[in-house]
Design a protein around this ligand. Structure first.
Ligand SMILES: [Zn+2]
Length: 485
């Protein structure tokens, strides 16, 4: 089966047929670098990283381009606030962004173009649009794209110009011929605004034009996949199409993929709503893999609910999977095979095909995780029988292959679990030293056969969600999750 993708442009699930056989060229809108990124921002980064990894896994050559918007009003404002140059702001936040992405295991794109390094290409592109009549120059040197001159404006959002006009609140601008016309080149208004020479005077590019220029620069006039959050469909992506196709007269991106939002109480997580959770705060509190897992726990076209309950479920899910991996590592593999292994063996034999089919069906990561939990459940049931099984190793190997695509479950299991339990204990306000001293007290009580005290200590810890596990003389502790998976 080929990979099926829901294409926003056609509103259909269609097979991926690359323009050039065996090669997928894709562009994903990158960040405007003026602040630290939050969990909502990370969703496209994590999701399209998985898309890229899966395409590579399937043997495609992938060229992945994602830009940095390093000139923008927000950056200029921040620079003014901090009394520094705007390039200083953008460079700082590119470094911070990369740091967060590294923590999340996101591979660096093949090309990460910056707007400020592509001004000559952008100017040439706008010149072409003006020349062909697709764009016009206002008196003060601002250049606008004329939406009514581009047949097909609105095709991505599925609305025509008049519908778009009535649906969006647009500030009246005397310079524009039509309210939906948008800026390609903005004249410099203040001396501290970054500006470059152009045929229309000193100024800087508008936001939308950069993606059309840099995508075609590195991927060609037509390429396979353009991605981003669904909040970018209109106007940003609609404008990208208009600019590119008005110039090249060729289809810009063949497939448009849009991820849904991260929501809190059904509001989109965003700076303007003021309900953001920074990626690095999340990572410090809950661990990087919990965030990656959270962002892959739902289908990319559905919203993801950001709540404490959901975060706990993700931690519990990871705990369950890693515990099964840790158990499998030390489980006896040689000897008379358990007769109960037959059913698990059948599942195991089809596991690889099952999860790949889920990924091929519009990258259904939520379904992949469901398949993993089925495997985990079967493996635990089998290992409970306490008979050696070769499947313990096969399970580890199968999960390793999948972890290359999701970039989950790739840590050393025991190390991951001990980190996780420390994080969760801290969150629950449990002090690890106190657990250790309770374990010592309990040991002393048991030595004196004072089982009432021993049981009381155990029950007290259990009430805090800490479970003691005795093996021989040693006692260890672990976090108790309400298993929801
Ligand atoms: Zn873009």
């Amino acid at each position: 089966m080929s990979i099926q993708i829901t294409n926003t442009l056609t509103r259909q699930k269609e097979p991926l047929i690359p323009l050039k056989e065996g090669e997928v060229r894709m562009y994903v809108c990158g960040p405007t670098v003026y602040g630290l990124t939050h969990v909502g921002n990370a969703r496209p980064n994590v999701f399209f990283d998985v898309v890229r990894r899966f395409l590579l896994f399937k043997g495609y050559k992938v060229i992945f381009v994602s830009n940095y918007t390093d000139v923008d009003d927000k950056i200029i404002n921040k620079a003014r606030e901090q009394k520094v140059g705007s390039l200083e702001v953008s460079e700082k936040y590119i470094v911070e962004f990369r740091q967060d992405m590294n923590a999340l295991g996101i591979r660096i794109p093949d090309v990460t173009p910056k707007v400020t390094e592509h001004i000559p290409q952008i100017v040439r592109f706008i010149e072409g649009l003006v020349k062909s009549g697709a764009a016009y120059v206002a008196e003060d040197g601002e250049v606008f794209f004329s939406v009514r001159n581009f047949r097909g404006y609105g095709k991505l959002s599925g609305r025509n110009i008049d519908e778009l006009l009535s649906g969006v609140r647009i500030e009246r601008d005397e310079k524009k011929r039509d309210p939906l016309d948008f800026s390609l080149w903005k004249p410099q208004k203040a001396a501290d605004e970054p500006a470059w020479e152009s045929p229309w005077g000193k100024g800087r590019p508008g936001w939308h034009i950069e993606c059309s220029v840099m995508a075609t620069e590195y991927l060609g006039e037509s390429f396979d996949i353009h991605g981003g959050g669904l909040d970018l469909i209109h106007p940003h992506h609609e404008n990208e199409i208009a600019q590119a196709e008005a110039l090249t007269h060729k289809q810009f991106a063949k497939v448009w993929m849009h991820n849904n939002m991260v929501t809190i109480d059904s509001d989109k997580m965003s700076k303007s709503v003021g309900n953001i959770f920074l990626n690095r705060d999340f990572i410090q509190k809950f661990g990087p893999e919990t965030l990656r897992y959270l962002l892959l726990s739902g289908h990319y076209r559905s919203p993801i609910d950001f709540s404490e309950k959901h975060i706990r479920e993700c931690q519990a899910g990871l705990h369950r999977i890693y515990s099964t991996l840790a158990r499998s590592q030390v489980f006896p593999k040689e000897g008379s095979e358990s007769p109960d292994g037959k059913k698990v063996m059948e599942f195991s034999a089809s596991f690889s095909q099952k999860w790949q089919e889920a990924m091929e069906d519009d990258f259904n990561t939520a379904q992949v995780l469901g398949i993993v939990f089925e495997y985990v459940r079967l493996m635990n049931g089998l290992m409970d029988k306490k008979k050696p099984t070769k499947l313990a190793q096969i399970f580890i190997d199968d999960m390793k292959i999948l972890s290359g695509v999701l970039h989950l479950f790739s840590e050393e299991p025991t190390a991951f679990l001990s980190n996780l339990k420390l994080l969760v204990a801290k969150e629950r306000g449990v002090i690890v030293d106190e657990i250790q001293s309770a374990i010592q007290k309990r040991k002393a009580a048991r030595e004196q056969k004072d089982f009432a005290t021993s049981d009381k200590i155990r029950a007290e810890l259990l009430a805090k969600g800490i479970e003691l596990r005795d093996s021989g003389q040693a006692t260890d502790w672990d976090i108790l999750f309400k298993e929801t998976t």
